[in-house]
Design a binder for this molecule. Structure first.
Ligand code: C5P
Length: 209
């Protein structure tokens, strides 16, 4: 537990993924995007024809998940984000994904994990915790551009509605709700470029080292 772990939490499209990647490059640490785990479970359960409100069925999909399934481009779609937040409300799905995340965080070299509950549940002993935010409008704009780049035909309004619904579901659930850890440093990237946000994150981590 002495390894250097950086927890990067925050809502969808806040910039946490980019920040985690940049920190990984800066410190030479492996990075895990934990949202991919929930996306993969959602997609697996959907493909199997399961009811996403069925906790037992979703947990069964979660225990079959393996690391090699995380590279699937289908996990990056708008639909997968929605499926992910639906399966993520189930405590047994979250439990099934715990070991994988904790094993990753416990690597001797240290690690960076980005998600919603890294600083609160997965690795509360992390020496450096960031909670990355931005206004819903800024996040919707970023996600909209990203999805357009991937060829998804969606409107900005649809994405803003997605983001608001996902924030409400992720923050309102009983199991590991999205929220900053008490000792997390808040980083609002609304007015920042990627470079500025990455620099600010680096300074926060330096102060924690
Ligand atoms: O970060 P990303 O948008 O890929 O996450 C997709 C969904 O997975 C989130 O909206 C959330 O419901 C869930 N999630 C979670 N805990 C994490 C990471 C993601 O509940 N650590």
């Amino acid at each position: 537990t002495g390894a250097f772990v950086i927890a990067v939490d925050g809502p969808a499209a806040s910039g946490k993924g980019t920040i985690a990647t940049r920190l990984g490059e800066a410190y030479g640490l492996p990075v895990l995007d934990t949202g991919l785990l929930y996306r993969a479970v959602g997609v697996l359960a959907k493909r199997a024809g399961e009811d996403l409100d069925d906790e037992t069925a979703c947990a069964a999909a979660a225990v079959t998940l393996t690391a090699d399934q995380l590279g699937d481009p289908a996990l990056r779609t708008r639909e997968a984000g929605e499926l992910a937040s639906r399966v993520a409300v189930h405590p047994r799905v979250r439990d099934a994904l715990l070991d994988f995340q904790r094993t990753f965080a416990g690597q001797e070299a240290g690690a960076i994990l980005d998600g919603r509950d890294i600083g609160t549940v997965i690795w509360p002993q992390a020496p450096a915790k960031l909670y990355v935010t931005a206004t819903p409008e800024v996040r919707a704009e970023r996600r909209w551009k990203q999805l357009q780049g991937q060829g998804e035909a969606v409107t900005y309004e649809d994405i803003l509605a997605d983001i608001r619904r996902r924030d409400a579901r992720d923050g309102g659930r009983g199991a590991a709700p999205m929220r900053p850890a008490e000792d997390a440093v808040l980083l609002d990237t609304s007015e920042m470029t990627i470079e500025q946000a990455a620099d600010a994150a680096r300074r926060i981590v330096e102060a924690a080292r």
